[in-house]
Design a binder for this molecule. Structure first.
Ligand code: HEM
Length: 296
């Protein structure tokens, strides 16, 4: 059985004669049986190919973008117990639950820094390179740098609900204010309309053409007239036809007035004489503001 002397670089074997041309290269002489040498050289080729493939694979992996799980700081903060402990260092999240007991700095220091980025504390502890390599075993993800938009939407919805309920509560509490405003407005509108009606009444009375009556005068005053014999109280500021006047008024040639109720009444009488008679007989001195339309 013959032997072949094989020179292989980087192989561990029996050193025979290291006649090396390049001093940086390690030359190794391997004494192998012929067949074994053939097999060995085949397996060396396979080994070499595998290493090459592994290197290429590593290269490909480095080039490929990796998928990293993203968490919010709030997510990370929830893992803050000895049974479930996440720490954040420089934006990277590590699940150190299984490492707590082995941590040379103690479990407490890790538990104390949960819920925040502990880069400063980590750096201050002066961790070695091997500690930093070890960390990679516990890496689970990174902090999500994007703002949490869905939460903002939820917040806006809640705000709407709050706004509606606050509006309802305020309405229930402060309803008397708008009701008072509306009430005052109505009263002002009624007073205004009434005043306007009075003004129109006086105007119409002066013009002498109200409801087909002979409007002979306008009495201004607030002295009561209706005293005798169940005199009907007439509504203030209403025109009263002479024909409907109370008999007592007619008897006096007087007028269906309502001085008692109103400071301003329209006086209707068929003739100016009757009007004059009324004021002469009944209240000659109590109606200084009486106005007579002598032209009618
Ligand atoms: C996955 C995360 C971590 C790993 C793998 C880790 C690992 C280690 C290791 C191996 C040591 C021994 C010293 C060294 O080799 O540097 C150490 C020490 C220490 N670590 Fe950590 N550590 C981690 C996180 C932290 C954090 C977040 C803090 C923050 C307070 C911290 C505080 C310390 C302290 C105070 C010491 C002791 C230093 C001393 O006594 O000199 N470690 N850590």
């Amino acid at each position: 059985m013959g032997f072949r002397l094989g020179l292989r670089r980087g192989l561990l074997g029996r050193r025979v004669s290291p006649e090396v041309q390049n001093p940086n290269e390690v030359a190794v002489a391997v004494l192998l049986p012929r067949q074994a040498a053939v097999d060995s050289s085949r397996s060396l080729v396979i080994l070499g190919r595998r290493r090459l493939e592994a290197a290429e694979q590593r290269e490909r992996e480095e080039e490929m973008p990796t998928l990293t799980k993203l968490y919010s700081l709030e997510d990370a903060a929830r893992h803050n117990t000895a049974d479930d402990c996440w720490v954040v260092v420089d934006g990277k999240i590590y699940d150190v639950t299984k490492y707590l007991d082995d941590h040379p700095g103690g479990a407490d220091v890790l538990l104390e820094v949960t819920g925040k980025d502990a880069k400063e504390e980590f750096d201050d502890a002066g961790h070695s390179e091997s500690a930093k390599e070890l960390m990679q075993d516990y890496f689970i993800g990174e902090l999500d740098p994007t703002p949490n938009i869905p939460e903002m939407e939820v917040f806006r919805k809640e705000q709407d609900v709050n706004f509606a309920s606050k509006l309802m509560a305020n309405a229930a509490q402060y309803w008397p204010i708008p009701a008072t405003v509306v009430g005052i407005s109505v009263v002002i509108a009624v007073l205004y309309a009434r005043q306007k009606k009075v003004a129109n009444t006086i105007q119409n009375a002066k013009s002498g053409s109200v409801n087909g009556c002979f409007v002979r005068g306008l009495a201004l005053g607030n002295h009561g007239y209706a005293s005798g014999g169940g005199m009907t109280q007439l509504s203030p500021l209403k025109y009263t036809r002479w024909g409907k006047a109370h008999p007592l008024s007619k008897q006096w040639g007087g007028l269906p007035l309502n001085f008692e109720q109103s400071p301003c009444s329209v006086v209707c009488a068929p003739t100016i004489d009757q009007m004059t008679s009324f004021f002469a007989h009944v209240h000659p001195s109590c109606h200084p503001g009486a106005w007579m339309c002598r032209n009618c």
